[in-house]
Ligand binder design. Structure first.
Ligand code: COA
Length: 247
């Protein structure tokens, strides 16, 4: 249990909120477990027609908690991160995200599993895995190129450079950019989907995802094996220590 992930049901939409703003919503192991529980609940609850993942109107998610990474030894299929990723990649109902501020690491790769994404002006997307001595995760080694094309996927994953909402929109990572109130916009989008015929929605999502489903699931496990190896390396440990000693 953690108070850093909250859920609320509104007009058929389960709003799943990251609520650890003082740490920029960096995800701890407990938060991954809470997210898995929320998605599992959403999958089985007939009252839930769509899910909105959000932080607040200032911050979405600064990625995995880097301190947690230092003590992480295992990324087996029962680990909180792998349980979350497999639940996410297999999630059948429409999943939306509202993004403001930083969307780093898993804060960006989670969007590859979302069906619609709205971001606020000033949001900042980044995949700094290589600079951290790590590799792609959450299926991003295949899903990013499928979403934005190989050239941009190479650029974003290899250089780790940050990019704006406008660039994310231009490249097709997200659907819409708003000036403000991104969470309210995300909720309105989710409520619109929630009113549509459920079986048709779920069936259409499954058909859209089908050509990449097996590939995405395989990538999650292939990446996890390399990720956990790299986590134990000096390059990664040094980069994480450098982050915490930067001031
Ligand atoms: N893990 C753990 N703590 C984190 C964190 C993370 N991923 N991201 C931010 N925090 C913490 C900071 O240590 C800081 O804590 P403190 O107030 O106790 O010192 C607090 O959140 C605020 O972060 P800060 O860096 O001061 O905010 P900022 O607005 O200047 O920068 C980010 C925001 C997201 C650009 C910056 O925090 C960052 O780069 N974070 C790391 C992102 C990352 O590498 N994630 C892992 C990807 S695999």
């Amino acid at each position: 249990m953690t108070e850093f992930v909250t859920t609320a049901l509104e007009d058929g939409v389960l709003v799943v909120k990251l609520a650890r703003a003082d740490k920029k919503n960096a995800l701890t192991q407990a938060m991954y477990s809470a997210l898995t529980d929320a998605l599992s609940q959403a999958e089985s609850d007939l009252a839930v027609k769509a899910v909105l993942l959000q932080g607040n109107d200032q911050v979405f998610c600064a990625g995995n908690d880097l301190e947690d990474f230092l003590s992480l030894k295992d990324l087996g299929q029962d680990s909180p991160i792998l349980r979350f990723l497999t639940t996410l990649v297999r999630f059948k109902k429409p999943l939306l995200a509202a993004v403001a501020g930083p969307a780093v690491g898993i804060g960006t790769t989670v969007l590859l599993h979302c069906d619609l994404v709205v971001a606020q002006q000033g949001a900042r997307f980044q995949l700094p895995f290589v600079a951290l001595g790590l590799c792609a995760e959450a299926g991003s080694s295949v899903l990013l190129a499928q979403r934005v094309g190989q050239a941009k996927a190479n650029e974003w994953l290899l250089t780790g450079k940050a990019y704006s909402s406008e660039e994310a929109l231009a490249q097709g990572l997200i659907n819409q950019v708003v000036e403000k109130d991104v969470c309210a916009t995300g909720l309105a989008m989710a409520k619109q989907l929630a009113q549509l015929p459920s079986d048709a929605l779920v069936t259409t999502k499954a058909l859209i995802r089908a050509p990449f489903q097996a590939e995405a699931e395989k990538a999650i496990f292939d990446e996890a094996r390399e990720f956990v190896r790299l986590l134990q390396g000096d390059e990664c440990k040094g980069a994480i220590r450098a982050f915490f000693s930067r001031r």
